[in-house]
Design a protein around this ligand. Structure first.
Ligand code: GDP
Length: 758
């Protein structure tokens, strides 16, 4: 099968093009040996299928980032049949910089000028013939978003792939050309492939090239002495970069024709977009709007009292009472949010399945057979407890994807930069953090965009505090359980405030780190605000599908295996005989570690079964979904004939009522799980991303943060609970005093450091 590689700058629309070319055939993995994402898929609309490989987004082919090295090595070593170079028409000159480098490789190249719809909407036009003539390769105007001209692009690429192409350079400086020519001849003599590309890179003193061809260096060095440039001295890399930019601006600055009408239109347009931005990026208003938007996102996902219409609805409710819709569309007089409706739907279906299976098995094997217990209480209830959360996770994700795709997230990064800077981080760090709400793994990988190593370490450490999708079941189930048992009303307020606790802890932790172990200046944050536009339905669906696939796969592998193990450990004693849960292996392990959690409110103070919290916290280290899956398996063992979950909280209710945990303790348990060591996958990623030796401190950091954070939550909330008031006040006071001392110590430490430097 022919292979076409997509290459282009970040944000040029590569992902959009890739998705539209490959549709559901896309496969996501990693490039070997690194954590950079690799995507490939198949284009099927030509006479033969074509494999499309999405290279990482890059600005050049220098050896400075792993993305650049991956792309370069792929083109040089794997020799795709054609490179489709995507350039953003609204940012043409900067994008062509990469093009001038790609042209130097002996590979067929087709240039796809993307975002033509934006250009045309502005009334501008682009003369692709000029580009074609000067670049010497086919140029096709497309809009990846509106799927314009994609077929033609592929046809031209197919044509190009049938012919060999020799690399050409746009360098015009005579001396340089001469030098490059000599080195190229030397390479040719050595039968090196892509001699032109390698020659230019060697002349540039490219790290990789220099290592590979040391023998040619003396010749290059000697010549360089003679080449002197007024501006750059003999920094040849800079001279060459300058040559490229000059060439581009000389030849292509007029390729885009602005009509007068366009200029007028643009003025109007700019003011409109500016006007929106004036509000959305306003210092105070922007933040408020962001907070409100976030609240509504959570409200629409978790609330059982949509838009607080419960009161209105109550009057009408009796006429619906007892109908099959009750419990699905409304709960206790409030209308359910879309997230909750979906959740209930899955939940009811799963309960019905479990009932049917256990009924059928009871009929076939007789009541109380262990196999029924294993299948229904162990496997199915654990699995369904997790799968039931998929719809809510997808709804939350849908909102985040919409914010991202409309360009709003970029505005948020921009407003937060002003605040982040005060804590010693750049706004750039916001993007991995917000990605952390989805999953820590890609978020940690994304910290590579942070230039300062200390900033990167601090960011990686706090990413897990931005509660990921897998922690959602913990939040919803326990918050729901607390509300039901203790008679509180707003589940969404508890979940929202737990997210806020995570964010505040992250801010405090960053502040402390940036003033102590991870000091440094935040790099200046320059970012283009992309144009606002409507999100593309198809792209959203592809995002969601990816997410769902990943989640379901995890449920059927690691989580299924864990629930089976938990079932065995909680039904068998050390003598390998089935026994009561209190005497099981799991119980004895749980009881052993239980005292550790006493200051957090879910340790030794609990009565029978109190150890289940300790066990759930430990199984959560494998995958956070395990916490509730563990509850589910154990609840079935505690309560004979335990019915699957109504609103997903029945497990939590069983745990709370049987262990005697207080509501502050239960909420501290959520906080602990949010702040503690993340799942295996995230730990492995952090370990890969951090420099040697930093990882063990990071683990310690997570342990300390979760114990301090959760015990603070416990003490603080206990002040509102009459029984525990007496000790909660002094404890909270001690916490606050410790906090103040830390700040003073940091000030002192910093002054000492500054004195040292001076
Ligand atoms: P990547 O970083 O190169 O993968 O870029 P993406 O595919 O994520 O695109 C960046 C942004 O540009 C997204 O918001 C896309 O929806 C948008 N985009 C991509 N192609 C087009 C296009 O042809 N026209 C318009 N108007 N927007 C586009």
């Amino acid at each position: 099968m022919k292979r076409f590689a997509l290459a282009g700058n970040p944000n040029c629309g590569k992902t959009t093009l890739f998705n539209n070319l490959t549709g559901s055939t896309a496969h996501v993995g990693n490039w070997p040996g690194v954590t950079v994402e690799k995507k490939d898929g198949v284009y099927k609309k030509l006479s033969e299928p074509i494999k499309i490989i999405d290279l990482p987004g890059i600005y050049s082919l220098s050896p400075y980032t792993s993305e650049e090295v991956i792309s370069r090595n792929y083109i040089l070593d794997e020799k795709p049949d054609c490179v489709i170079n995507i350039v953003d028409a609204t940012n043409l000159e900067r994008n062509l910089y990469l093009t001038t480098q790609l042209l130097e490789i002996d590979v067929p190249v087709v240039v796809a000028v993307n975002m033509m719809d934006v250009l045309e909407k502005n009334g501008d036009s682009l003369d692709e013939k000029v580009l074609e003539k000067k670049l010497g390769v086919p140029v096709v105007k497309i809009s990846a978003l509106e799927e314009d001209n994609l077929k033609e692009l592929m046809e031209r690429a197919f044509e190009a792939s049938e012919k060999k192409r020799e690399g050409v350079t746009i360098l015009e400086n005579k001396d340089l050309k001469h030098l490059v020519g000599d080195v190229k001849i030397a390479f040719k003599g050595k039968k090196v492939e892509n001699p032109l590309f390698h020659a230019i890179k060697l002349v540039e003193n490219d790290e990789i090239e220099v290592k590979m061809h040391e023998e040619l260096l003396p010749m290059v060095e000697e010549f360089k002495q003679t080449l002197h440039d007024e501006t750059f001295g003999n920094d040849i890399e800079a001279i060459i970069a300058d040559e490229r930019y000059n060439y581009i601006s000389k030849n292509f600055s007029k390729v885009i024709v602005h009509s007068e009408l366009a200029d007028e239109k643009k003025e109007v347009k700019e003011t409109k977009s500016d006007r929106i931005d004036k509000v959305l990026t306003h210092k105070v208003l922007g933040l408020l709007i962001f907070a409100v938007i976030l609240f509504f996102v959570f409200h629409l996902t978790f609330s059982e009292n949509l838009f607080f219409l419960g009161g209105l609805f109550k009057n009408a409710a009796p006429s619906f009472e007892g109908s099959i819709y009750e419990g699905l569309f409304w709960t206790d007089g409030g209308i359910n949010s879309p997230g909750v409706i979906l959740f209930n739907f899955f939940d009811m279906s799963f309960s019905a399945i479990i009932d049917a299976v256990s009924g059928a098995m009871a009929g076939a094997l007789g009541e109380g057979h262990w196999l029924t217990g294993f299948l229904c209480d162990g496997v199915l209830s654990g699995l369904f407890a997790i799968l039931g959360f998929l719809p809510q996770i997808l709804v939350l994700f849908l909102f985040f994807s919409i914010m991202e795709d409309t360009g709003y997230m970029a505005r948020v990064a921009f407003i937060l930069d002003r605040i982040f800077r005060k804590f010693g981080l750049s706004g750039r760090a916001f993007i991995p953090m917000i990605m952390g709400f989805g999953c820590s793994v890609p978020a940690m990988i994304n910290t590579r965009t942070l230039a300062d190593e200390h900033e990167k370490v601090a960011t990686i450490r706090v990413i897990p505090f931005f509660s990921c999708g897998a922690k959602l079941p913990i939040l919803v189930a326990i918050a729901g359980g607390v509300c039901e048992v203790f008679g509180f009303s707003s589940v969404d307020l508890i979940t929202y405030s737990m997210y806020v606790v995570g964010v505040i802890t992250a801010i405090i932790a960053v502040l402390i780190m940036r003033h102590s172990t991870q000091r440094g200046e935040a790099a200046p944050f320059i970012m283009e605000l992309p144009q606002y536009h409507l999100p593309q339905f198809r792209a959203l669906m592809i995002h969601l599908w990816d997410k769902a696939k990943h989640f379901v796969k995890k449920a059927f592998t690691i989580i299924l295996a864990s629930t089976i193990i938990i079932w065995f450990l909680s039904n068998f004693g050390w003598d390998w005989q089935m026994c009561e849960m209190e005497d099981s292996i799991l119980a004895s392990i749980g009881k052993f570690i239980q005292p550790l959690f006493t200051p957090l409110g879910f340790g030794s103070q609990l009565s029978a079964f109190g150890w289940v919290f300790a066990v759930a916290a430990i199984t959560g280290l494998i995958a956070k979904e395990n916490v509730i899956a563990t509850f589910s398996v154990l609840a079935a063992a505690i309560v004979a004939g335990f019915e699957g979950t109504e609103e997903g909280v029945a497990e939590a209710v069983v745990m709370i009522t049987n262990t005697g945990i207080t509501w502050p303790g239960a909420i501290a348990f959520i906080a602990f799980n949010m702040l503690t060591i993340p799942c295996f996958a995230a730990c492995a990623t952090a370990r890969g991303e951090l420099q040697k030796g930093t990882f063990k401190w990071t683990l310690l950091f997570w342990i300390v943060a979760s114990f301090i954070g959760a015990s603070f939550v416990y003490c603080f909330l206990s002040m509102f609970s009459v029984d525990t008031l007496a000790w909660a006040i002094p404890c909270t006071a001690v916490f606050i005093a410790l906090g103040v001392l830390t700040v003073f110590y940091l000030r002192h430490y910093e002054r000492k450091q500054d004195a040292k430097v001076a």
